[in-house]
Design a protein around this ligand. Sequence first.
Ligand code: ADP
Ligand code: ZN
Ligand code: ZN
Length: 831
Amino acid sequence: MFAEVALDLPLYSLFTYSIPDHLADEANEGKRVVVTFGKRTVTGIIVGLSKSTHLKKVIPIKFISDKTPVISRELLSFCKWISDYYIAPPGEVLFSCVPRKSNLSSTLKYELSDGAKEKFASAGLRSRIYDEIMNVFSNADDKALTVKQVEKRSGLSNLKKYFENLSDKNILSQVTGYELPTKEKFEKIVSKGKEIGDYEIILKEHKLRSPKYSDAIKIVDERKKIDYKELAAKTGITLTQLLTLSELEILRVTDKRVMREHEGEYEELKKEIELNEHQQNALNKISESIDIGSFRSYLLHGVTGSGKTEVYIKVASKCIESGKTVIVLVPEISLTPQLIHRFKVVFNNTVGTIHSKLSDGERLDTFDRILSGEIKIVIGARSALFAPLKNIGLIVVDEEHDSSYKQETSPKYNGRDAAVYRASLNNAVVLLGSATPSMESYHNAATGKYTLVHLPERVSDSIMPEIRIVDLSDKDSFDEEEKKDFLETLEKSRVRFLSKEMIFEIGRRLLLKENMIILQNRRGYHSYLECRTCSNVEMCERCHIALAYHKEAGLMKCHYCGYSRAYTGLCSKCNSRAITPKGAGTERVEEELQKLFPRAVIVRMDSDTLTSRRKYEKILKDFYDGKIDILTGTQIISKGLDFPNVTLVGVINADIGLLNPDFRATEKTFQILTQVSGRSGRSNKRGEVLIQTNHADYFVFNSVKSHDYKGFYEREIRLRKELTYPPFSRIALVELKSENLTQAGNSAKELFTFITQSDKKKILNVFPPVQPLFSKLKDKHRFHIMIKSPKDRDPAGSYLASILRKTRHHSLSEISRSVMVTIDVDAVNLM
Ligand code: ADP
Ligand code: ZN
Ligand code: ZN
């Protein structure tokens, strides 16, 4: 028998290994194996089995790591699709399915040699430490143990030389074992042993006089079963002492697996919710497909505050009732404590979360709980799509328009699109939800590929906020008599980026004790520093990116690579002091607001201040509890938050990103403005939104102001069609990176020629290589070749995929090794 194995390495091919006879019964698809690859020992996953091979020389598999497959047939097909569609290494995709650090690695272990006890008794080793080590070995369930394991179990340290000694004396023997870097966690449970009735006599016989023994025994006798930790806390008994009692069969010590779970900080009051008419209609429509168990894609377009989460929960309930399982994808798990909390309230511990902040232990336990069927609902960021759930009935993609569904490292898949595919494999329903659907998804709904479900109104008595566009280029549009005094004083102190309207409205809300969200989608204090003497802009040494000034840290930082240097106040080129700071960031906004409103409680939230998820949840809780007046920050605060007392949302500069060289720039601006506006007025108090811009006449602001998604869509989709941008085409980016600019440029030209020549049917639109906006990142010069594949001629993208596969192959064999080539299908980041 032979196995096709995908290795946990960034390689594009599968490898064939033979299966030794003694492993033949165990070898199944979806199990992990340990194999030799060159000089290395690596883990792989069996993706196929066959009786024969045309290969001459095949080496055997060394080891099969799993008792049951960790990847089902269904998940194997899913991964194959991802690997084919996104031109990604199959092993890399497959290993997204298993927890990192759960692959076996080889380690040195020890076990008792034959006749170890007798040898030990006659060796005359004096130190108690040897007894302890022997004790651990004789009590262990697993024969072979590492030094570390023994240290942990005995509570002793630095045991290495004792092991060496025991091994020299042939009491312990060395074995090479395979070890999980992350282990299951066990708790010791103490219960009654056979001899408990005679414990007093036995203790006396063995001169065990410490009262700890009898105390512990009495407690166990009474309680029948007790956690070791609790027993130790009560009586002071040590593990070694307990193990002595266990050897005398007075007590029994057993291991019980405990599951580690990530606890969230965020909580809110539980509400009894009855769906309103629109929600009920949505539920009914979606339930049809759940009931018959057929694949169907729904787009839930619900305005902000329309109660989409409730719909997800009710559909999920239906699914669970029919014995199926559910995946809920969210853009960034740490930004979604509210949604997780609401699901947990309803589904308790059948909910599991998967995200990057889990410890390795939590990750492993969650994985095992999913495999065992204990977890039925998995909530997580895009990688949760690879969860090994069986019998999936529903996949929810919340905020489906969010660009973080696209993974920017290999495998460069889009979680939203892949969700649709995985749902189809399961005959499941996929439910994409958003207040601002992506052009792609809404187009799919408009053309009938998806079923559109609409929630046109906010729940209960809240209505959409009133939105005002403040034209920053208009000098003084504000002159009502009553506000004059206030404004005059203000005029002296105010900064240009805060309009009078903004300041006035913030002041008013503070008096009313209402809460505010102020968005500035840019970190730091100033976005760049320019010298008036020599026009130098302080740049990152590694990237083609201006350094942002961070006042608190006293640093100039590159927001791409993290490079930073101290801010000296002098131009680094000409030493002039004449430095003009440009562009306010969140730090500056916070500072100015605090100057203007010294008594307001203002909290800034951006990736500089959010060092942990706990901190984030704490801030949200404080905001929910009304302890914070103003929450200011980057787009982090624009997403999904639901706080009833927010009545003002302010956008300091709506133009950030608007003029980016990206065909989605307008769409992104529309989304972020609509989303952040949606945080305002979510209960009975009417909300207001102030959006500051220098381009007030641009159509996107009008659409935002009039809550007109449809109007925006129609206008934007026409532009996309004219220029054959997605959804009318697929876009793939071939990126070339090298420290050597000329080499990168030449290789780009060569690859461009290759691609155009491969496009024999002349279906593709291949653009000559250009240097993108960030022409250098982390010391590497970059070139992009953009390929558009019109959907009318290549509907499933298979023609594009075939050309890209050739391109990949060609670049591996023909392009200089100093140039790195990556392929990004359905690229989202074009800069
Ligand atoms: P969305 O995600 O659509 O912006 P949410 O799902 O966060 O909106 O819901 C907004 C608020 O309305 C939440 O506090 C939710 O508990 C509440 N809510 C949802 N449905 C109802 C309903 N039918 N009646 C009353 N309140 C509701
Ligand atoms: Zn200068
Ligand atoms: Zn940099």
